[in-house]
Structure formats: structure tokens, C-alpha cells
Design a protein around this ligand. Structure first.
Ligand code: BES
Ligand code: MN
Ligand code: ZN
Length: 498
């Protein structure tokens, strides 16, 4: 993993260097300068190589004589194209992917002017992308990947101070993302409600975040019987972790972020098929994102009041497990008929959402949950499903998603789906009648019954919290989706100026 990204005006000695080439075959302005100093060795090579600078395509390594260890050409596409922040992040990640095996220091000689980016912080976003890409979860491998040698990356910039300032904030967001990736990656014999709550304390208390952990008896007293019903089959006792960051004045009502934290979802008595059951160790990703988000916020001392709630349970079948057909009374007073114990996330969230509104009276309520397989069918692994009862909130989230590249797609909500979850013997049932399709909307409509007049958004992240392929900004595994998105959302819309 990259230890450090430094920002420089001139490439240091004895490094390998990355240069930009546009799709018309021309060198970027920064590359031209370096080419001139090398007596045109690069442009000559370029002709021989027949290298076309398609976006993110790279050359094989060139030898430049004594000046640099290696020269790597990176395609920048259309010479007039203005890069976005997200594309800069991807560019940095692509650069890391081709240079990770180099043991010499690497300098990226592509600056804001080469990319028509209006701020000299372009290199900060590239450095951020490289850093995100370099993270690996290898603690359980006794023989490590020896190939990832690159530790230090230097980025050429026209303004070192500006680049460092921007990178300073991004580096801390990355620390939040890495915490999310780490807890999501850990197996369920390591991460269970109690241990994840402990990690939250250990990570966040030193940063000035108040951490309060509710145990089973406290939740019982509060009447959180829907959450507890899911937990009751497991040896691991449930926890509710409440993370409070007060970055603005005490009187300001907070933004609340609630995460589904099912540390393992076997399905319960409605047991899942075996084939992919192991993937359900990721079913706490919503809570993992809340944790990483709070870390990013606290590290950057964001001027906003945020309450993070991690609803932590394990869903297991056993003699004490809830049964299909059980009826429980949620904290809201509404009764739920449990027709499928595998539709557990919505039961956990029903109580966590109600509790959060009841206690904190938040300005905005957002939940993140690996809630439905159906959202993966609908949106694949590219978009999270966004459901909301408030258009402005949905728009703000969509905007941040476009900036950070953690994409969302707004899904409809409709009373039509309410009929599908009206229970014959209780107020609501936890799955729809069999002829009703649109499982993700049904789940969102279920959650809506536990929204008590608040502006609310629900992100179904079942398709995006991990990836089975090498993505642009991360390798296979946990992505940390949502941390940067919600950080940007809070920073842009809710921070107060001092
Ligand atoms: N955690 C799962 C959803 C899930 C599925 C996440 C695949 C990631 C990948 C959730 O608890 C669940 O089991 N949902 C059921 C709901 C159904 C029983 C109505 C589903 O989607 O099949
Ligand atoms: Mn389930
Ligand atoms: Zn689940």
C-alpha cells in the first residue's frame, strides 16, 4: 500500500516517471517539457510504439537512458477534455495499477493544465485515487503479495500548497474508507455485534466522537422487539452503537445516518441456500459505512452535527430463533408478522430508525443497508438504489454521487406496494404477497412505515458494497461505498462556515 503521496514542482532524481499522451498522439504540455530536456527521446519512441493515448490505456515501460528509471505513458483521451474529480480519482488509480510493481520512486508528471482542470488540486484527487487503489486486505495471508512494491508517489503540481491542502482532507476521507473496507472484509467469526461495537469505540473515542453502546436489556426496555427478534437465534448478543459527532453548535439538530449491521445473515429459520451464504458476512456493510463516515468526519473536524447508528445483530437459526409466522411488536408500536426470517434487515432498521428519530429528532435521516438481492437484479453492481420521501434530499445525494463516483439511481416509491405488505393478522408483514414483484421497492415501502414525518433517504447498497472484480478505485472485495458520497453530501449541504 502507498505510504505517502508528496507534491513537487520538479521530478526528483532516480525516479520512474508517468507522462500523459492524448488520443491524437500528442504529448501533454508537461510531457513535452520533459521530452525537450531529453532531446526528444520520448516523441521518437512514441512514433515507434504507435501508442495512441486512449483514456487510461498505458504503454509498456520505456527506457530513457540515465535520466529516469522508466517512463510510462498514460492515455488521457481527447486533448480538450476537462477531467472531473471522479475521473482524476480513476486516473490516479489507473496509474497505481501500472506502477505498483516498481521499486523505484514514481513521479506523475501530469498536472491540472494537462487535464484542463480548473484547480491546481488535480494532483490531489489523482493521489487520492492511487491511495484508494493501493489498499489491500491481506492480514490473513501468511505470504504477502511481494509485487506491490510502490510505497511513495510524487505528483507534479503547479501549486504545492494547494495540492497538499486538498490532499490532506482526502487522505483523511481515505482513512474512513479504509476502516469501512476493513470491517466489511473481516469474517463473521471476528466481526460480530459486540466486537464491532468495540471497534467503533476504539476507533472513534480518541477522535472526539461520543460512543454509546446499548445492550440487549436496554433495547428490551426501549421495546425494540423487531430488532431483538432477529437477534434471538444467535449466541452473539445484539448491540446498538450510537456515534455522536458535534461539529456545529449544540442547538443544531443533527443529520442521522443509520446502518444495517447484520454481522452474518444465514437467513435464520428461512435458511439461505449454501452456495453463496458466506457472502452474508458483508451484511453489516451499512453499519461499516456509518463507522467509516464518522471517522472521516471526525478526522476532518467537519462543522456539522452527525449521529451515526449501527444496528448490530447476527441472524442465525437455532432453538431460540424466531419462526416464520411469529408476530412482534416494534418500538413504534406497530406489529410485524414475520413471514420470512431472511427479510431481517428491514426489521432491524424498523426499530433503529424509529429509535433514532425518537431520541435525536434529526433534520435528515439517511439509512444504508444491504437490504435486497432484488436491487442487484435491477441496478447491477454500478448503482446503489436511492429511495426518498423528499426530492431535494434525493437531488443532493445524486449530485454528491456524481462527484464522488459512488453512483446512485433514484427508485420509485408508491403506495401501491403497501397493499402487498398489509398483514392479515398484524399491522404489516415483512415480505410481500407472492404476486407482488419489485422486492427493493417493497422493502423501502416497509421502512417508510417506520419513518415518523422526517425527511428520509434509504440507500440499498447490496450490489455495491463489495465487488467480485478489480474495479477502478479498488481491488476485488470491500469497496467502502458510501463514505465519500455521504461525506461530500454533508460537506456541501450542511456544514456551517465558522
Ligand atoms: N442481506 C440480504 C440481501 C442481500 C442479498 C444482500 C444479496 C447482498 C446480496 C437480505 O437480508 C435478504 O436476505 N433479503 C431477501 C429478502 C426476501 C426474503 C424478501 C432477498 O433479497 O432475497
Ligand atoms: Mn436476509
Ligand atoms: Zn440481510
Amino acid at each position: 500500500m502507498i505510504d505517502e503521496v508528496v507534491f513537487v514542482k520538479e521530478p526528483p532524481k532516480n525516479c520512474s516517471i508517468v507522462l500523459g499522451v492524448y488520443a491524437d498522439g500528442s504529448l501533454s504540455p508537461s510531457a513535452q517539457k520533459i521530452d525537450k530536456n531529453l532531446d526528444g527521446i520520448i516523441s521518437k519512441n512514441l512514433n515507434k510504439l504507435n501508442f495512441i493515448g486512449k483514456t487510461f490505456k498505458t504503454s509498456s515501460f520505456l527506457d530513457s537512458g540515465d535520466s529516469y528509471n522508466h517512463i510510462i505513458l498514460m492515455g488521457l483521451g481527447d486533448p480538450h477534455k476537462e477531467f472531473s474529480k471522479f475521473e482524476l480519482k480513476k486516473l490516479g488509480a489507473a496509474i497505481y495499477a501500472v506502477t505498483r510493481k516498481l521499486d523505484s520512486a514514481v513521479t506523475v508528471a501530469i498536472d491540472a493544465a494537462d487535464l484542463h482542470f480548473p484547480c491546481n488540486c488535480a494532483s490531489s484527487f489523482m493521489g487520492f485515487g492511487a491511495l484508494l487503489k493501493s489498499w489491500v486486505f491481506d492480514k490473513y495471508k501468511t505470504s504477502k503479495d511481494e509485487e506491490a512494491k510502490l510505497k511513495n508517489l510524487a505528483m507534479l503540481t503547479l501549486d504545492v500548497k494547494i495540492s497538499e491542502d486538498y490532499y490532506g482532507e482526502l487522505r483523511k476521507i481515505a482513512d474512513g474508507i479504509f476502516l469501512t473496507r476493513q470491517v466489511v472484509s473481516e469474517p463473521a467469526n471476528v466481526i460480530y455485534p459486540e466486537s464491532l461495537a468495540e471497534i467503533a469505540k476504539m476507533e472513534l473515542l480518541p477522535l472526539g466522537v461520543e460512543v454509546e453502546i446499548l445492550d440487549e436489556s436496554q433495547m428490551k426496555n426501549l421495546g425494540m422487539n423487531a430488532l431483538l427478534a432477529v437477534a434471538q437465534g444467535s449466541e452473539h448478543k445484539p448491540r446498538l452503537a450510537i456515534l455522536r459527532w458535534t461539529g456545529a453548535s449544540n442547538s443544531e439538530s443533527p443529520i442521522a445516518v443509520v446502518g444495517k449491521g447484520v454481522t452474518f445473515d444465514s437467513g435464520g429459520i428461512s435458511l439461505k441456500p449454501g452456495e453463496k451464504m458466506h457472502e452474508m458476512r458483508y451484511d453489516m456493510a451499512g453499519s461499516g459505512t456509518v463507522l467509516g463516515l464518522l471517522k472521516a468526519i471526525a478526522l476532518n473536524k467537519l462543522r456539522v452535527n452527525v449521529v451515526g447508528v449501527m444496528a448490530l445483530v447476527e441472524n442465525m437459526p437455532s432453538g431460540s430463533a424466531q419462526r416464520p409466522g411469529d408476530v412482534v411488536k416494534s418500538m413504534s408500536g406497530q406489529t410485524i408478522e414475520v413471514l420470512n426470517t431472511d427479510a431481517e434487515g428491514r426489521m432491524v432498521l424498523a426499530d433503529a430508525l424509529w429509535y433514532t428519530q425518537d431520541r435525536f429528532n434529526p433534520e435528515i435521516l439517511i439509512d444504508l443497508a444491504t437490504l435486497t438481492g432484488a436491487i442487484v437484479v435491477a441496478l447491477g453492481h454500478e448503482f446503489a438504489g436511492l429511495f426518498s420521501n423528499y426530492d431535494q434530499l434525493a437531488d443532493q445525494l445524486s449530485k454528491s454521487a456524481a462527484v464522488t463516483g459512488e453512483k446512485v439511481w433514484r427508485m420509485p416509491m408508491s403506495e401501491h406496494f403497501d397493499k402487498g405488505i398489509d398483514s392479515a393478522i398484524a399491522d404489516v408483514q415483512n415480505i410481500a404477497k407472492s404476486h407482488i414483484h419489485g422486492g427493493s421497492i417493497t422493502a423501502a415501502q416497509f421502512l417508510k412505515r417506520f419513518i415518523n414525518g422526517k425527511k428520509w433517504a434509504h440507500l440499498d447498497i447490496a450490489g455495491v458494497e463489495t465487488s467480485s472484480e478489480d474495479l477502478f478505485i479498488c481491488s476485488e472485495g470491500a469497496t467502502g461505498f458510501g463514505v465519500h458520497l455521504l461525506y461530500d453530501f454533508l460537506r456541501e449541504n450542511y456544514t456551517t462556515v465558522p
